[in-house]
Ligand binder design. Structure first.
Ligand code: PLP
Length: 401
């Protein structure tokens, strides 16, 4: 009999993974991969944070048994996540209005949230920013939702088209789900101001929208507390909302898959019922979360000493990215580029939409072995003291051409 797979078509390649494959096979020794979505240190390595190393060592020495975790993950982890996102003095936490479950990274948190939302609001449409993290659309579509865009990035200012965004939010049907990047917008690096966030909160209230904040980079813009401004404004609003969060970047724990989904309800009683439903989603998907990554994060966040160590290391990552932003702008100037690139300093987080065209990105690859996403997105954390001059000179060549 014919194979059941005989007619299966090849799925389209993930554009960023394809970029990595091409980079890996490039033989040039001065090649640079700016297409990645991870933080590299000045040696071009993914750091293992000292706080993580210390917590891991203690954990391995204790040789704990490997029983099943609760479906929602352990309280020590979930409480630590809540304190980071909502603030440790949050009235929502005190009132029992926050449901938090451990998840498989930020992606897993989005998927559990999306699957639960599909049960709660089966007829809703999901709105994502234009542009957005490339997985948002596919993820919500795979949960069964139609996905549409709201205006976000304005190429002429390299900032946010806030008037366009707000006008769109104000005409959405009640019950629409709005996915919002809480800070460090991926891919553009363009964030809302606090005042703009307040207007977004108002629009969500007036139109009865369902906000879903995606917080993948807490601590990479201005710091742990200031980066939570959107979560805090929604917390003060009295609205119900969803938050997906991730420690992939902030703890440099990408492959351990450590994240969380938090849902703000109207009461402790609602929280109990919502948690019971979210647990059904998890139970029928992967049953319960893995132990190691979450245990390490909880150990760090729940120890005053390790937490301080982590905050200092996170500040180090944040400062290094910032210095690469200013360094790139200075090096471009020194390389004779007349065009104003100072917007790179204003953009926040790991990425910048540089405004380089697809043709210019192609030329960077062909002539210099410098790989970037065809949209012109570069990862600032892939720059370091050794390659920044080379990258700036190469960009200078392609923008002059
Ligand atoms: N959301 C956004 C906006 C991201 O940029 C990312 C990672 O690149 C994620 C979610 C997913 O994070 P994780 O790797 O923890 O699944």
């Amino acid at each position: 009999p014919a194979s059941i797979f005989a007619a299966v078509e090849m799925a389209p390649r993930d554009p960023i993974l394809g970029l990595n494959e091409a980079f890996n096979t490039d033989a040039r020794t001065d090649k640079v991969n700016l297409g990645v979505g991870v933080y590299y240190d000045d040696n071009g390595k993914i750091p293992l944070l000292a706080a993580v190393k210390t917590a891991e060592k203690a954990r391995l020495e204790a040789m704990p048994p490997r029983g099943y975790q609760p479906i929602e993950g352990p309280a020590a982890y979930n409480t630590a996540v809540q304190n980071l996102l909502f603030g440790k003095d949050s009235h929502l936490i005190a009132n029992g209005q926050v449901v938090t479950v451990q998840a498989l990274g930020g992606t897993g948190a989005l998927k559990v949230g999306a699957d639960y939302l599909k049960r709660l609001l089966p007829g809703a449409t999901v709105y994502i920013s234009d542009p957005s993290w490339e997985n948002h659309r596919a993820l919500f579509e795979s949960a069964g939702f139609p996905v549409e865009n709201y205006p976000y990035y304005e190429p002429s200012t390299r900032g946010v088209n806030f008037a366009g965004m707000k006008a769109k939010l104000e005409q959405l049907a009640p019950g629409s789900v709005v996915v919002l990047h809480a800070c460090c917008h991926n891919p553009t690096g363009a964030d809302l101001t606090e005042a703009q966030w307040s207007e977004v909160v108002d629009a969500c209230r007036e139109r009865a929208l369902v906000p879903f904040l995606d917080m993948a980079y807490q601590g990479f813009a201005d710091g742990i507390e200031p980066d939570a401004v959107a979560v805090r404004l929604f917390s003060a609003s009295g609205l119900q909302f969803f938050v997906s969060s991730s420690f992939s970047k902030s703890f440099s724990l990408y492959g351990e898959r450590v994240g969380a989904l938090s849902i703000v309800t109207a009461s402790k009683d609602e929280s109990a019922r919502v948690l019971s439903q979210v647990k059904r989603v998890i139970r029928t998907n992967y049953s319960n979360p893995p132990i190691h990554g979450g245990a390490v994060v909880a150990a760090v966040l729940n120890s005053a000493e390790l937490r301080q160590m982590w905050e200092d290391e996170l500040a180090g990552m944040r400062d290094r990215i910032r210095s690469m932003r200013t360094g790139l702008v200075e090096n471009l100037k020194a390389a004779g580029v007349a065009q104003d690139f100072s917007f790179v300093i204003q953009q926040r987080g790991m990425f910048s939409y540089t405004g380089l065209s697809a043709a210019q990105v192609e030329q960077l690859k062909n002539d210099f072995g410098i790989y970037a996403v065809s949209t012109g997105r570069i990862c600032l954390a892939a720059l370091n003291s050794r390659n920044i001059g080379y990258v700036a000179k190469a960009i200078a060549e392609v923008v002059k051409a």
